[in-house]
Design a protein around this ligand. Structure first.
Ligand code: DC
Length: 231
């Protein structure tokens, strides 16, 4: 039996630990990890910096024509940094201002068409783990392994709080809860590729799982999907 490279699609609500799992899987498997949310965040950052009117389709199209996104592997993080027109945008894309607007930007059809085309291009060689909201439903509907991650709301709020508090002591739990609830609502109810569990995705509730337990469980699933079985 031989293992071949597959596509792993990870979707789910905000702050369910998708990127942690995706990064760890990619490192273990020697795959490429792509954080599709970083693309929507970088586009949002560009729109905010350049005062692009989200409600004006022409302004959005013009802005998209000026945006070039790329990923460059960062040894220290063991993951790729997103570059926005040759600038490492990673330090700015998780700021609250971007988080507050990103769901609105990600709901724009032209923005999704722009991002999805690049995401699909990155998957042509397989051996990729991509996380987001529509990876198993729209970007890679034929992915060999699809996971839909969820966790109890309070667990998610506290995870996000710990992450952000490390660099911003002014952040409050209430602010984070409000942002997560709002983003989940917009992401799940938008017209274009709303957040949905693909019918063939495996539901993974990690409220009570350690990172190690979760990784082990998913590696077993990968082994199963990536092994050529004669049946
Ligand atoms: O994964 P994240 O929280 O960094 O994603 C930021 C936002 O981008 C999220 O609120 C929804 C949007 N997004 C999306 O619409 N589709 C994706 N594939 C990934 C993210």
């Amino acid at each position: 039996m031989s293992a071949h490279k597959i596509i792993i699609a990870i979707d789910g609500y905000s702050s369910c630990g998708k990127s942690t799992l995706a990064r760890e899987l990619a490192v273990k498997l020697g795959y490429n990890y792509i954080d599709s949310g970083a693309m929507y965040r970088a586009i949002t950052l560009y729109f905010l910096r350049n005062s692009v009117d989200f409600d004006n389709p022409e302004a959005v199209s013009r802005a998209l024509a000026d945006i070039n996104l790329s990923f460059v592997f960062n040894e220290h993080r063991q993951a790729s940094d997103i570059y926005l027109n040759d600038e490492d945008a990673e330090p700015y894309i998780r700021e609250m201002l971007v988080s507050e607007k990103v769901s609105q930007v990600a709901a724009i059809k032209a923005v999704r068409t722009f991002a999805v085309a690049q995401q699909q291009q990155m998957g042509t060689g397989k051996g990729i783990v991509m996380d987001g909201r529509d990876i198993g439903t729209t970007v890679f509907p034929a992915a060999e392994l699809k996971l839909f991650m969820t966790a109890a709301p309070e667990v998610r709020v506290m995870r996000r709080f710990k992450e952000l508090y490390a660099t911003n002591h002014a952040i409050t739990i209430e602010e984070i809860r409000h942002n997560l609830e709002l983003r989940d609502y917009i992401d799940a109810t938008r017209e274009e590729s709303p957040l949905r569990q693909a019918t063939d995705a495996i539901l993974l509730d990690n409220s009570n799982l350690s990172r190690e337990e979760q990784l082990e469980l998913v590696l077993e699933l990968v082994k199963d999907r990536a092994t050529n079985r004669l049946n």
